[in-house]
Design a protein around this ligand. Structure first.
Ligand SMILES: Cc1cc2nc3c(=O)[nH]c(=O)nc-3n(C[C@H](O)[C@H](O)[C@H](O)COP(=O)(O)OP(=O)(O)OC[C@H]3O[C@@H](n4cnc5c(N)ncnc54)[C@H](O)[C@@H]3O)c2cc1C
Length: 532
């Protein structure tokens, strides 16, 4: 039996990006899918499909395993107490909405409380309000982690043979979809606490590799993130209308859409909108159910603002990046191992992994890999000097008086990325952006001030945001072409020499190293079947 401790910087009952609820499960691939079947599906979808993201997946073996076990994970979720079926006891398959993988409609307002109850019942040692700050390593392997409690400020040392990092995706180097003053600086489509890139930054600092970090999603989402989730604008084959500001109908589906919109925006045709005016009443009812599953409160907010989803247009996010989603993240192999011994990764923080089905499947599968590793691993020996150094970094902001507020520094980073990385992405802007980021880090990180343990968490998040933003900029600089979600103003076309290539980044003796490597094929026989 493996003893498990779960550290969560919020509270597991409602934390993370699916905290408010979820409306679909996207990994309902047929049981028995072989690598050959999967490759054919990918080929059929084409490299430009949203599913494929326009760039190679960082580890096809892992992606294959995640999808091939999608149905098995459904059964495991049910055992954990998550309700997958509708009131008649049946599953609800739906046609995909432009993504590629087969979906089940799920009525998952309470997915997190249900999962949390299952986790607690299984005897997992849950540390709520506990932010992991850094990983502890010894002789090239993970031996533990340090953390702070965001309510008490207590510094915690965790000794362990293995860690699974599952901290969500990264977005907070860019402004949210809905830029609003004051506390609405956090009005992200995703849970803001889960998109500060902590896991990626910690893994990178500890020596693990990141991959595809140049791929930041542009033009995804709407500024009016009310009453409909972005994915549902094309649902069961019924598309919403896409319009210029003055009502001309346009089409911009697929990864080439952004370039087309750039062109039109320069001609003064933006902003662009989505309209649901012409879709049937039945469709409205269905998307209302979907949204009730995900953000019930938003209906009330929309109503208070006089926003009528059946009549009013939804403004699309303009020509800027919002999230590093789906393709970028921590590099992990077919067994969810990162390049650092003892460190595993699952869910949205992993390169090429996105959505609940991938996160859930990975979460279950990683248990097998960990068990084998832990049984053969030596007892972890902690380097006390490393603990002291991490403690000093972690608690430093509590001692600073009259310093820099974490949110102010974060806003500077977001401003910097909006100005130099997206949408104006070229050799000169990226170099200048990196120079300025370096200076922000040097001058303001040491001045970060935390008036209480909650702000300490914010300060430590900014440190991670800067780490990840810098890795993002370096990858953008290196990839001198336009491909997938990555674009360069000075290299507007795809360069054949980068076909099938991915960026990999790591720190070696504190120095950033970036390599381009070719995507490896699935490392399993063509007719392999996952036996679950
Ligand atoms: C509105 C909305 C609707 C969505 N709908 C769907 C859908 O219908 N179907 C679907 O498949 N996907 C959907 N998604 C995406 C889905 O929610 C995510 O893919 C999924 O939640 C990823 O799970 P995860 O566990 O990897 O990350 P998360 O759910 O983001 O969880 C990461 C957790 O790590 C914690 N954490 C982060 N850093 C630290 C740290 N340093 N120390 C301790 N804890 C930390 C966070 O607090 C968080 O709880 C939706 C997303 C949004 C925003």
């Amino acid at each position: 039996m493996v003893k498990v401790t779960l550290a969560e910087k919020a509270k597991i009952e409602r934390s993370g990006t699916s905290g408010q609820g979820i409306d679909h499960y996207g990994g309902a691939f047929p049981r028995g899918m072989t690598p050959k079947d999967f490759t054919e599906i990918l080929e059929e979808l084409g490299r430009e499909s949203a599913f494929y993201g326009g760039v190679p997946y960082s580890n096809l073996t892992r992606i294959y395993r995640q999808y091939a076990n999608g149905y098995w994970a459904i059964e495991e979720l049910e055992k954990l107490g998550v309700t997958m079926r509708w009131t008649d006891g049946e599953f609800r398959p739906i046609k995909n909405f432009g993504g590629g993988s087969p979906f089940l409609r799920v009525h998952w307002v309470n997915v997190k409380p249900e999962m949390a109850a299952g986790v607690r019942k299984r005897g997992v040692n849950v540390l709520d309000r506990t932010m992991i700050v850094d990983f502890l390593t010894n002789n090239g392997a993970v031996v533990g982690a340090t953390a702070v409690n965001s309510r008490t400020g207590e510094f915690i040392v965790i000794r362990t043979k293995a860690i699974v990092v599952a901290t969500g995706m990264f977005a907070r180097c860019y402004n949210p979809e809905q830029p609003c003053p004051g506390r609405y600086k956090f009005r992200y489509h995703c849970c803001p606490a889960a998109v500060s890139g902590d896991g990626g930054a910690m893994a990178y600092r500890a020596g693990a590799e990141l991959s595809n970090m140049e791929q930041a999603r542009r033009r995804g989402g709407t500024n009016d993130d009310l009453t409909i989730s972005f994915g549902n604008f094309i649902n069961e084959g019924i598309p919403a209308k896409a319009l210029t500001w003055d009502g001309e109908e346009i089409s911009f589906i697929g990864t080439q859409g952004a370039a087309k919109l750039d062109e039109m925006e320069l001609k003064g045709r933006g902003p662009f909108y989505m309209s649901l005016e012409d879709v049937p009443d039945d469709f409205h009812k269905r998307i209302e159910v979907c949204y009730a599953d995900e953000r019930l409160l938003s209906f009330k907010i929309a109503q208070d603002r006089g926003f009528n989803p059946r009549k009013h247009w939804f403004q699309r996010v303009g020509n800027r990046c919002t999230i590093l989603h789906a393709q970028p993240g921590i590099s992990a192999d077919g067994d969810f191992k990162t390049t650092l011994k003892g460190l595993y990764a699952a869910g949205d923080c992993v390169a090429g992994s996105h959505d609940v089905a991938n996160a859930a499947t990975a979460g279950f599968l990683v248990g097998d890999s960990i068990r084998t590793y832990v049984n053969g691993a030596a007892e972890p020996v902690i380097d006390e000097a490393q603990v002291e150094s991490q403690k000093e970094t972690a608690l430093a902001p509590l001692a600073v008086k009259d310093g820099t507020d974490p949110m102010e520094l974060e806003m500077s980073v977001r401003g910097l990325c909006d100005q130099y990385v997206c949408p104006n992405r070229g050799e000169g802007t990226l170099r200048e952006g990196l120079r300025r980021m370096g200076s922000l880090r040097r001058v303001f990180l040491p001045q970060l001030m935390a008036k209480n343990p909650h702000y300490l968490m914010r300060a430590l998040e900014v440190r991670n945001i800067m780490e990840m933003a810098e890795a993002h900029m370096r990858a953008c600089l290196e990839r001198r072409e336009t491909r997938g979600y990555h674009f360069r103003r000075d290299y507007p076309e795809a360069d054949p020499k980068w076909e099938g290539m991915l960026t990999y980044q790591r720190l070696e003796n504190g120095k950033p190293v970036l390599e381009m490597r070719k995507q490896a094929p699935i490392a399993l026989p063509d007719d392999h079947k996952e036996e679950r």
